[in-house]
Design a protein around this ligand. Sequence first.
Ligand code: HEM
Length: 213
Amino acid sequence: MIVDYLRYTVPENARADFENAAAGHRFERAPGGRYLVRAPAPFAGVEGFTPDGEPERYETTTPSLYDWAGGREALVELLTIFYRHVLEDPLLEPVFRTMDPHHAEHVAVWLGEVFGGPADYSAHHGGHPHMIGRHLGRGITEPQRRRWVSLLLDAADEAGLPGDPEFRAAFAGYVEWGSRLAVVFSAPGAEPNPHEPVPRWDWTMPPWQPPAP
Ligand code: HEM
């Protein structure tokens, strides 16, 4: 994966705003209002703030979760299997009965972007606001969420996604986080902020790789 690093020096009275604007990215803070922000390339920068210089571009030594999973094809396979089981499940079938015929593929594109693949959900599927909009008012319950997670973890085995501990920890971590958010913002009266970028998820623990020769 190619990443860009940008440095910023932010006056004290703007630091809270800066940290809000940078919240979707990985960033480090140093004394004097100095920040180092990292994002997949090309990184347009933190909205509303001017960086100290040009981006520094690096190639990461760790593959993205997307590549590790097997790319788009593997994710489409995963979600095709998953939604087949969802429609056989008495708790989830009523929720997904009328789903769009391309739903599995759309969620695969979403997951691909989250896991460091191409930003195609942002570019072609309405980005974060569209995903939020599809959950609003659905009142997803905790038992439904838990079943959803459990079927997706089973589908990961059935689809043959990598079974190494580091990959599965990152995968399960995202699914747990995202599904809990789905419960929160599908609740009656919830008003989530749709204008956030699609989140990017990363390894919690770097994958084991053979040492470089
Ligand atoms: C990590 C957790 C989740 C992610 C990443 C996710 C992702 C998405 C995305 C990207 C869409 C829009 C698809 C499109 O562009 O057409 C969507 C729609 C939807 N999601 Fe989720 N979702 C999650 C959790 C859940 C849960 C726990 C439920 C319910 C148990 C749920 C129910 C739905 C429903 C009913 C739709 C609309 C389907 C349709 O009518 O086409 N989601 N989800």
